[in-house]
Design a protein around this ligand. Structure first.
Ligand SMILES: Cc1ncc(COP(=O)(O)O)c(C=O)c1O
Length: 396
């Protein structure tokens, strides 16, 4: 029989993070206490007023298909937040659409932009679906290294080498998964200049736009001449502890949104209607819940960074200033990150993600997501400290 599965799936493995999560759950089912440092999912419940809005929407009968680009009230609420929070002006009717989370926002963007074989520059260290979504959409991801010593900004000299006649776009993700780094305005402006010089579109993944500990958010779409060439992909998942709701958005020039809506008409059709009503409440009512969650993340971050800095055999390049990630590097030359990640999970009950899951630049690192309770942060780091001191005695 001829091959059943399309050959592009040769390059699309099951997600590594999911495998760790599954194994961690198996260990838990056997009665072990596992610290879940592996998943990027806030542990908070979705705030009550957002859930209430959905109950009302259900009672009011909002159970039918929604418009393909999202309900008008949600697009208006997104336009308002983009204006108030980021100083960006988008037309709610033509330049904004609702998507199934930030991940579908990225995928629809790739579908809208890419002809077969078109290339997109992505950071090496990045969220897995950047590369795999591009491949699914028929494009070619081109990885460009980041500079740990420079806030994990792009190495723009390497990016220049990577540009070809097929390069269509470059992706920026600040605050960054997996390192938690945040680009300065100057660093964002340098990528924007790069995009203008090489006539590229800039895809800005703003999944962690509310999760900054030291500065306020800057979107590259707000830099001079950038609105017309930037596609903002955002989400309510992390900000409002709504990962399971699947509500995200694209804000972009009308032609891009128009193509993404036509893609959506043939993929999801429309997003869950009553979830969209909950999202309106999230965006338009008091933002105090976001402040409260961020205060707790800040408390955990302080503990996590302090503890990591004291662990033998680990160092923390750069200072994670956003999201809820830390990306320590193992300084023992004979120990690999795969070895440490495996040992931590199977022998110490701490699930982390091997840095290699995010690209070659992650070799020798692992990612800690501190979206777990303060107590679990402490317990997890104590366990990591014990394992690393054993490794140091054995291999140091
Ligand atoms: C960098 C980045 N972008 C986008 C997403 C997508 O999030 P969601 O699809 O839940 O909105 C994530 C989720 O982990 C992420 O880390």
């Amino acid at each position: 029989m001829a091959p059943v599965i399309a050959s592009k799936f040769d390059h699309i493995p099951y997600a590594g993070i999911r495998k760790v999560f599954q194994k961690a759950n198996e260990l838990e089912a056997q009665g072990q206490k596992v610290v879940h440092f592996e998943i990027g999912r806030p542990d908070f419940d979705t705030p009550a007023h957002i859930k209430e809005a959905v109950k009302v929407a259900l009672d009011q009968g909002h159970v039918h298909y929604a418009p393909n680009n999202g309900i008008p009230a949600l697009r208006t609420a997104l336009a308002m937040r983009l204006q108030v929070d980021k100083g960006l002006n988008y037309d709610a009717d033509n330049e904004i659409m609702v998507t199934a989370g930030g991940q579908e926002a990225l995928y629809l963007t790739f579908l809208a932009l890419l002809n077969a074989g078109d290339e997109v520059i992505i950071p090496d260290l990045c969220f897995g679906p950047f590369a795999l979504g591009i491949i699914l959409a028929g494009g070619v991801p081109v990885r460009v290294p980041l500079q740990p010593e420079n806030n994990y900004a792009y190495d723009l000299a390497a990016a220049k080498q990577a540009v070809s006649p097929r390069t269509k776009a470059i992706i920026v993700n600040s605050p960054h998964n997996p390192t938690g780094s945040v680009l300065t305005k100057e660093q964002l402006a340098a990528v924007a200049d790069f995009a203008i010089t090489h006539d590229l579109l800039l895809i800005s993944d703003e999944a962690y736009d509310k999760m900054l500990y030291e500065n306020s958010y800057i979107s590259p779409a707000g830099l001079p001449e950038m609105k017309e060439r930037t596609i903002v992909c955002g989400t309510l998942s992390k900000t409002f502890a709504m990962t399971g709701w699947r509500v995200g958005y694209i804000a972009a020039p009308a032609a891009v949104v128009g193509a993404a809506v036509r893609a959506q008409q043939n993929v999801m059709l429309s997003l869950c209607t009553f979830a969209q009503h909950g999202a309106v409440a999230a965006l338009t009512e008091s933002q105090a819940c976001v402040t409260a969650m961020m205060q707790e993340f800040a408390r955990r971050r302080k503990l996590v960074l302090e503890m990591i800095r004291q662990i033998p055999g680990l160092e923390l390049p750069g200072i994670p200033q956003g999201a809820f990630y830390a990306f320590p590097r193992i300084t023992l030359p004979r120990v690999t990150s795969a070895q440490v990640a495996d040992y931590l999970l199977n022998d110490a009950g701490v699930a982390v993600v091997d840095g290699l899951a995010f690209g070659e630049g992650g070799n020798g690192h692992f990612r800690i997501s501190y979206a777990v309770s303060y107590e679990d942060c402490r317990l997890g780091l104590e366990r990591i400290a014990a394992v690393m001191s054993d490794f140091q005695k054995k291999y140091g």
